[in-house]
Design a protein around this ligand. Structure first.
Ligand code: HEC
Length: 431
């Protein structure tokens, strides 16, 4: 994707602003999608192995149902994963223009890994049919999906984290900015825990709430889904709130701001409310709250992403100033090159004809009075004096009391000269 760098123009300040908002919105696709893909492949494989050990088909069925609900959906994967990664790469390239941070290269690598992850998840899902005979391959595809999802998450987290450390960019020499700061490790673990918590909420939601829940589930099965999904969501949900607090405490000073703290606290609050609902689900069997929980979890992710944006904002403060200056300079360059071209261009009869055909013709003919006088009447007075004629065309003054004044046509000097050349040429022909 490095070609992106070369086709990008220095961005304008408002483009950078739009790109920042797009990053938040698009992350809201990628982050939950990859999270649930990671979590569901882990749970599906876990239940499949548990079936093997405990010899209870129930677990195998649950694992298979999880896989069929969340894994290997190519269209969903393209819309929620592949396409957003490409878009976000483009946006980051705009935001980080001219910094030398190889963000498009990094996202290009992540993109390839995401495609492999999608293919592996498809193979894993299909392998559930033959898990009796081909158990080894089944496990291999499961581990491949989990591993690739982890790699994608780690790549995403590491690139986004490294954006906070401009001073370390020159030292990144590998294909990816893997581990250059320990707060990245925090973020990674946090992400994995959040991913599993969200998957718990998603399992509850898509099995029991979405469109009235899956059909034909026994009450024993429903009860297991309620306890498993709700339990995972509650336990890991609270854990990730703790992680969020730790993260806020350990993030570099330069990324801190009031908005950053406020959004982090908002995230903890959202998680608390979700926990209340989860307690209702687990204690009082109120499965209908599953939708509330799932939506609150998504809101939590949104708050996290906004929080991340604030951190980036403060870290990139300097970069923002640079960009604004760069953009202004670029606009100035365009402006000067335009006006230089305007003044330096050669006047010609061709250009003059064009100008006549587009502008003057509205009011003038050679032999006919329209709004202005016929050229055949007025041109003799100029007597071949090109300079005098183009001077009038450039800056018309009131001449004849029989006519209204001619409005200024806003021409460049060379255009006025061209028009004058054309008029004289035609006038001579008509003689
Ligand atoms: C909106 C109508 C309008 C347009 C468009 C217009 N003119 Fe005129 N032009 C007039 C009028 C009205 C006069 C008479 C002005 C006066 O006598 O004071 C005039 C007068 C002139 C004259 C005679 C000046 C003189 O010394 O008597 C020339 C030459 C001329 N226009 C050239 C042009 C050319 C070249 C263009 C196109 C680039 C053009 N005009 C476009 C309305 C127009």
């Amino acid at each position: 994707m490095e070609f992106l760098e070369s086709i990008l123009l220095p961005p304008r300040a408002d483009h950078v602003l739009i790109a920042k908002y797009i990053i938040i919105v698009i992350s809201l696709f990628i982050v939950p999608y990859v999270s649930i893909l990671f979590g569901s492949s882990l749970f599906a494989l876990g239940f499949s192995v548990r079936e093997k050990i405990d010899r209870k088909p129930f677990f195998g069925q649950f694992g298979k149902d999880i896989a069929e609900t969340f894994l290997g959906r190519m269209v969903v994967g393209f819309v929620m994963g592949i396409l957003p990664i490409a878009i976000i790469a483009f946006c980051f390239a705009l935001v980080l223009y001219g910094t030398g941070f190889k963000v498009t290269q990094y996202f290009g690598i992540i993109l390839i890994q995401a495609v492999l992850m999608l293919i592996a998840s498809r193979m894993f899902r299909n392998s559930f049919e033959n898990r009796e005979r081909g158990f080894l391959m089944h496990v291999v595809w499961g581990l491949a999906t989990i591993g690739l999802a982890k790699v994608v998450i780690y790549g995403f987290v590491s690139v986004i984290t490294m954006i906070y450390f401009p001073e370390k960019w020159p030292y990144i020499d590998g294909p990816m900015p893997w581990t250059y700061d320990w707060s990245m490790a925090w973020k990674f673990v946090h992400f994995l825990v959040a991913a599993l918590a969200l998957t718990g909420a998603a399992i509850h939601f898509f099995f029991l709430n979405w469109e009235g829940g899956k059909e034909g589930l026994s009450s024993e099965y429903r009860d297991y889904v309620r306890k498993f999904g709700g339990g995972v969501a509650l336990g890991l949900g609270i854990l990730q709130a703790v992680f969020l607090l730790l993260y806020v405490a350990t993030v570099p000073v330069m990324t801190k701001s009031y908005a950053f703290f406020f959004s982090a606290m908002l995230g903890v609050l959202v998680m608390l409310i979700a926990s209340m609902y989860l307690l209702n689900i687990l204690r009082d069997r109120e499965t209908r709250f599953g939708s509330h929980v799932f939506v609150l979890f998504l809101v939590f992710f949104l708050v996290l992403l906004i929080n991340d944006n604030y951190a980036r904002e403060s870290a990139l403060h300097y970069q923002n100033y640079e960009l604004a200056a760069l953009a202004a300079q670029h606009e100035l360059e365009i402006e000067t090159s335009r006006s230089e071209r305007g003044n330096a261009a050669e006047a010609s009869v061709e250009v003059g004809k064009q100008i006549f055909d587009t502008k003057c013709i509205a009011c003038h003919r050679f032999d006919q009075r329209i709004v202005g006088p016929p050229y055949n009447d007025v041109l003799p007075k100029y007597d071949g004096d090109l300079e005098k004629l183009s001077g009038f065309i450039l800056n018309p003054v009131k001449v004849n009391a029989d006519y209204p004044a001619m409005p200024n046509q806003g021409l460049k000097p060379f255009e006025a000269e061209s028009a004058a050349m054309y008029l004289m040429e035609e006038f001579k022909k008509n003689q």
